[in-house]
Design a protein. Structure first.
Ligand code: ZN
Lengths: 440, 137
């Protein structure tokens, strides 16, 4: 079996598509996470493949289905946080030989194929459908939702994992060379770090609307607070530290106005869900969370880096797609749970959605009000990457758990959890899923 | 600041040759007469793939935006941290951006909106690269 990458036709990338044809007919039921760590310690039982198997088995058990009932698997094959296995570095043969292998010896260590997972999960005897969703869990969720809706699979696992190795990421390869190839040099000679583009957009936003970086502090504090109530997350598991206003504002700059905490921390992690048809989900162990729509965006800036105008045009367009296909409006959102890694673009997603009537330029003022899980206007109840480390998964897990009423200490109490949207990553390009406690 | 050297490839050769002659050129699609930067094999607007010119620019622009880099991934630039990293919009087409370290402008004291003109600075291997300085007259 060779696993294909999801074709473009599986995504809802345009306006005017109308209500999603499978609205309310696909449900998320099971959730599973592997343990987090800052970096891989080199042991077989902690490699990215191993923690992925743990996440998948937990999702299966959580849904209460027998493994042989599962007939689909959607995987994000790329697992890097920016760390790659250095060329010439000896392969970790003891780890590789601890598992059933595929053609690529780094499968399960620095990447993940569906074939590797199936070869190492012998209990999955009936998987007929496999597909790759590139990049993020957000993408893979769109693929899994469409696949179940289209009848390509009726009980489908979907998984995203991350590996992180020793060393500082991005401080290798072309960045340490004395020369650059001419085409790359046209844009890369100036040395902007990963968060530079977002920092630029945030700087333009602050100038246009008269806002400041300090106004991010309540959002950061709230996000870490929520993250510390996320037992699956990195900060809760390893560094249960609050992020107070002073701590946040005293952090060193990376690309001013983006500081250290505005950059999410790279970690090892794995998150998995079990999707099924609404009919089958009704008989499973957890309350189904119905998918009302999925949508994606794929805009390109005119030139080197997106302007604020380009950002706002695209987040607004994305929101129209999200709402149109789900048949909802901003008023239906119980809480806000969009992506935050980098923290300085979270307000673009929020304003695009028009959450609680917020317009462009108003989110940072909104952050100064009650955005807690106890209040009437929860912002990022998952805590996102700020609260639990780089995964791009937390907001999805949180939406599912909130709507199932089992988000534990994070459970929103000031609103009835009924409808939510989660997704990302970038304001100009991402994938989004609309979740609902009821199918209609 | 000492930028990494540049080894022009076939695609970028005209851009870097012009820079060595202290001329700024930007890729222009002859089908739709639209500038694009970064340059690409096909026009991002009309999709044409075989009708480009490298069009001479006036060398004038404005500072559109900036950040200050404190933690640079490029080893050669790390000794100059922190440094300004600005986005210039070209007067010839204010949708077209170029990066600049803004030589001569104090760190984090960048006059957004100020007029700038192109200059050419040597990189580590002597290849000249377009840079921008504030017009002060
Ligand atoms: Zn064209």
């Amino acid at each position: 079996m060779t696993t294909p990458t999801a074709p473009d036709a599986m995504y809802r990338n345009d306006e005017g598509l109308g209500i999603w044809e499978h609205r309310g007919k696909v449900a998320a039921v099971g959730v599973g996470h592997g343990p987090t760590s800052r970096r891989w310690d080199g042991r077989p039982e902690t490699c990215v493949g191993a923690i992925t198997i743990q996440a998948l088995r937990k999702a299966i058990a959580d849904a209460g289905v027998a493994p042989e009932q599962i007939d689909g698997l959607v995987v994000v094959p790329v697992t890097t946080t920016g760390a790659f296995w250095e060329e010439g570095k000896p392969l970790p043969m003891d780890v590789i030989e601890s598992f059933n292998q595929t053609d690529d010896p780094l499968d399960g260590v620095a990447k993940l194929s569906a074939e590797w997972l199936l070869a190492n999960m012998p209990e999955l005897t009936n998987v007929q459908f496999t597909m790759y969703g590139p990049g993020c869990m957000s993408n893979a969720l769109n693929v899994a939702a469409q696949a179940v809706g289209d009848g390509l699979t009726h009980t489908c696992l979907v998984v995203k994992s991350w590996h992180n190795f020793e060393g500082r990421y991005y401080q290798s390869g072309a960045n340490v060379e004395d020369t650059l190839p001419g085409t790359a040099a046209i844009t890369r000679l100036w040395g902007g770090p990963a968060s530079y583009g977002t920092a630029l957009q945030f700087a333009e936003y602050c100038r246009k609307y008269g806002k400041t970086h300090e106004m991010m502090a309540p959002f950061m504090e709230n996000s870490r607070r929520n993250g510390l109530m996320f037992p699956e997350g990195y900060w809760a598991q390893h560094r249960p530290e609050e992020l107070g206003r002073e701590d946040y504002l005293a952090a060193r700059w990376i690309a001013k106005p983006a500081n250290l905490f505005d950059n999410d921390i790279p970690i090892m992690m794995s998150g998995a869900y079990l999707f099924s048809t609404a009919e089958r989900a009704a008989d499973m162990k957890q309350k189904p969370v119905y998918i009302l729509n999925h949508a994606s965006s794929n805009a390109r800036p005119r030139s080197l880096t997106p302007t604020l105008d380009e950002v706002e045009a695209e987040t607004a367009r994305t929101a129209r797609k999200i709402y149109e296909g789900a048949g909802i409006t901003a008023d239906d959102l119980s809480f806000e749970n969009m992506y935050d890694g980098f923290s300085l673009f979270h307000q673009f997603h929020l304003e695009g959605l028009g959450y609680r009537g917020i317009k462009f330029g108003e989110a940072l003022d909104f952050y100064q009000t009650d955005i807690s899980i106890e209040g009437p206007n929860p912002v990022s109840p998952s805590g996102g990457n700020v609260g639990s480390g780089r995964s791009r998964v937390w907001m999805h897990t949180d939406c599912i758990q909130q709507l199932q009423g089992r988000a534990g200490a994070r459970q929103v109490t000031g609103v009835e959890p009924e409808v939510a949207v989660s997704g990302g990553p970038m304001p100009l390009g991402g994938n989004f899923t609309v979740w609902s406690a009821s199918p209609d | 600041m000492s930028k990494q050297g540049v080894v022009p490839d076939d695609f970028s050769q005209p851009f870097w040759d012009a820079a060595n002659e202290e001329r700024l050129v930007i890729q222009n699609c002859l089908e739709c007469n639209r500038l694009q930067h970064p340059p690409a094999e096909t026009c991002r607007d009309c999709g044409a793939g075989d009708s480009f010119e490298w069009k001479p620019m006036s060398g004038r622009g404005t500072i559109y935006n900036y950040g200050v880099v404190h933690d640079c991934p490029v080893r050669l630039l790390q000794e100059d941290q922190p440094f300004n990293l600005a986005v210039i919009m070209l007067d010839d087409d204010p949708g077209i951006q170029m990066f600049s370290h803004l030589p001569g402008v104090p760190v984090d004291d960048v006059p957004v909106g100020a007029a700038v003109e192109v200059i050419f600075e040597p990189t580590a291997n002597g290849q000249l690269v377009p840079e921008w300085r504030v017009i002060t007259d």
